[in-house]
Write a protein of this length. Structure first.
Length: 202
């Protein structure tokens, strides 16, 4: 999870740490918010292993290079903006072939983007890069974004005081006075934070 149960209870819900009656529901809200952030960013936030597939063939390769069996390039941009570690690269010519380890591959940064460099060049094969993507320590602004989203999810549960169940607004009557409470679009409010962690389009 991108936020801890203890921090969320103390800083957002003001629930005594000894009160564990609703811990399962609170944990589910944090987990859902964490998945929402991952989906909105289009990439892992917490560290996880990812298989990144890409074709070696480059359509812009000069004819002379194509005739020699090369693809015309030796680097592949990786779309992730989260920290990336390269574990291994494999190749195969046909979908039915077994994966074969590709040697001479390293990860480097060019123009603020992660790229896989292959000293042998990428041939006309299908490649699979095994990457570890995500943060070992979650940045504070992402913890805040997840906590805000978790609070939004919590307010939609039937155990919260809000219980608004996805409503954009809610009419409240107190002492014969009726008012309408409008709920802000939480995703739009957090977009400036999340945009810094969004997947590159490559």
């Amino acid at each position: 999870m991108l936020s801890t149960l203890a921090d969320f209870k103390a800083n957002y819900l003001n629930i005594d740490p000894l009160d564990t009656e609703r811990d399962a529901t609170i944990t589910a809200c944090i987990e859902q918010a964490s998945e929402m952030v991952k989906t909105l960013c289009g990439q892992p936030i917490e560290q996880e292993t990812v298989d990144f597939y890409f074709p070696g063939k480059a359509t812009y390769a000069p004819l002379a290079i194509q005739l020699l069996g090369g693809s015309g390039y030796a680097a592949k941009t990786v779309p992730y903006t989260s920290p990336v570690t390269l574990s291994a690269v494999y190749r195969r010519s046909l979908p039915s072939d077994a994966w074969v380890a590709e040697s001479g591959c390293t990860l480097f940064i060019s123009d603020l983007q992660n790229q896989i460099y292959c000293s042998n060049g990428f041939g006309y094969n299908l490649y699979k890069a095994v990457l570890v993507v995500g943060y070992a320590t979650i940045p504070a602004d992402l913890v805040y974004a997840v906590s805000e989203l978790a609070m939004y999810v919590w307010n939609e549960t039937n155990v919260s005081n809000e219980g608004r169940a996805g409503l954009a607004s809610k009419t409240i009557t107190q002492n014969n006075i009726t008012t309408t409470r409008t709920y802000a679009d939480i995703v739009k409010r957090l977009q400036p934070i999340l945009s810094s962690y969004t997947l590159y389009a490559v």
